[in-house]
Design a protein around this ligand. Structure first.
Ligand SMILES: Cc1cc2nc3c(=O)[nH]c(=O)nc-3n(C[C@H](O)[C@H](O)[C@H](O)COP(=O)(O)OP(=O)(O)OC[C@H]3O[C@@H](n4cnc5c(N)ncnc54)[C@H](O)[C@@H]3O)c2cc1C
Length: 378
């Protein structure tokens, strides 16, 4: 087998695999290179499952809108897999003045992005979700939000892409890119293997930074830890997605009865860790549970059966870069999703494939370009 394809995709998360799938649907020969022996074992399989439209700033919300309105509702048919996608709406909960202020910020963002939502009082929130306590003073209700199963979705893209002929090569740690006649051409791995493509899509999460540097592109993001937990199975209680206005927790009851919660209580988010292996830290679980118990007392004594962690590629402005680089023609960056990439992943796959096909993206992503970091006047 040759190591040549039209497009080499680096990273087998939801961004790499949805891109590979969309490209192969359009007749491109694609190779996906994955560092680890498991496909999609980065953030894409480890996230908190949120598929929300609310609370996003405009360019990202357009991608979310495309994903949630046009793709997620029928994605299970397209990928021929049960993705457990459900859109029951969400409540962003507030108790303190600061949290109520954060709710107002969410409404403001939603208004700017044309997303319908409204501020409701605790009583109305409890009518929507009777398990909420009197601790809830205010909430933002948005009917557009939901969730899906991250692992099923990521693997469904992988399987669908494979069916269309995409070649996945695991255990290939990409260490550098090389140019030929001014364009990106060669992808070099730690094992000394070289893969050649007309285009390279860099979708390697936080490692994209190290790889892009080898062709002189500096991506301003930090590697950050986030954790999730899952509870023992409970009888069906409620299906609304709930979250705390300051981000301390977000989650829902899954179809089989467990609750899954993500969120960040700001304990050791920027933990020093030089090893990028998939991991399972437990710094935030007890803190998160304390807060969840205040908002949903019925969950106070429910046992946590598992917790895990994942890495985020947290961009300085918390927005991704999706662009073919002027400085390195052929190199398309699709990284820096800053903890928001699962929900928009299906739409990102579409727009990245459009960029690779030389077409104008069907969603306006012009403000997600790299140029926003260049000094003004450049
Ligand atoms: C705990 C947690 C909770 C989250 N909750 C949500 C949520 O509720 N909703 C939401 O929308 N988003 C959420 N996110 C964010 C979301 O999961 C990510 O933004 C999204 O999965 C990014 O996808 P990706 O394909 O870019 O990255 P990844 O899934 O991390 O994929 C990158 C892949 O590249 C591979 N790779 C890395 N380096 C190399 C290399 N050198 N060579 C080859 N391959 C390499 C990695 O092994 C990995 O498989 C959460 C993230 C975490 C960690």
């Amino acid at each position: 087998m040759t190591n040549t394809a039209d497009v080499i995709v680096i990273g087998s998360g939801i961004i790499g695999s949805s891109t590979a799938y969309e490209l192969s649907k359009r007749g491109k020969k694609v190779i996906v290179l994955e560092k680890y022996s498991n496909v999609g074992d980065g953030a894409s399989s480890r996230n908190g499952a949120g598929v929300r439209l609310s609370g996003r700033v405009a360019p990202e919300s357009w991608l979310a809108s495309k994903a949630i309105k046009d793709i997620w509702p029928t994605l299970h048919e397209e990928l021929d897999a049960d993705l457990e996608y459900h859109k029951p709406g969400s409540l962003v909960l507030a108790h303190s003045e600061a949290q109520i202020k954060a709710c107002m910020g969410t409404i403001e963002k939603n208004n700017l992005a044309d997303v319908e939502s409204r501020l409701i009082d605790g009583k109305e929130a409890r009518e929507i979700c009777p398990y909420l306590s009197d601790y809830v003073e205010k909430a933002v209700w948005c009917a557009e939000d939901g969730y899906a199963n991250p692992m099923r979705t990521t693997l469904a893209y992988y399987r669908a892409a494979r069916k269309l002929g995409v070649r996945y090569i695991t255990g290939e740690n990409v260490v550098s890119l090389e140019k030929f006649r001014g364009r990106v051409r060669r992808v070099v791995t730690e094992a000394g293997n070289v893969y050649e493509g007309e285009q390279v899509v860099l979708a390697a999460g936080f490692n994209s930074r190290r790889i892009a540097k080898t062709v002189g592109i500096w991506i301003p993001f930090l590697k950050r830890v986030d954790e999730c937990l899952i509870t023992e199975i409970q009888p069906a209680m409620f299906d609304t997605r709930i979250s705390c206005a300051d981000g301390n927790f977000y989650g829902h009851q899954t179809r089989h009865g467990s609750f899954i919660f993500g969120g960040n209580t700001n304990l050791e988010r920027y933990e020093e860790c030089y090893d990028d292996k998939p991991m399972n830290t437990n710094k935030q679980t007890s803190d998160k549970c304390r807060i969840i118990g205040q908002f949903v007392p019925a969950l106070k004594d429910v046992k946590v059966v598992r917790h895990w962690a994942g890495w985020l590629d947290s961009m300085v402005d918390r927005l991704p870069i999706i662009q073919e680089m002027d400085e390195v023609p052929g190199l398309i960056l699709a990284c820096g999703f800053s903890g928001h990439g699962f929900a928009i992943g299906p739409a990102v796959g579409v727009v990245v494939s459009q960029i690779a096909m030389g077409e104008a993206p069907s969603v306006d992503i012009s403000s997600l370009n790299y140029d926003r970091f260049k000094p003004s006047g450049c």
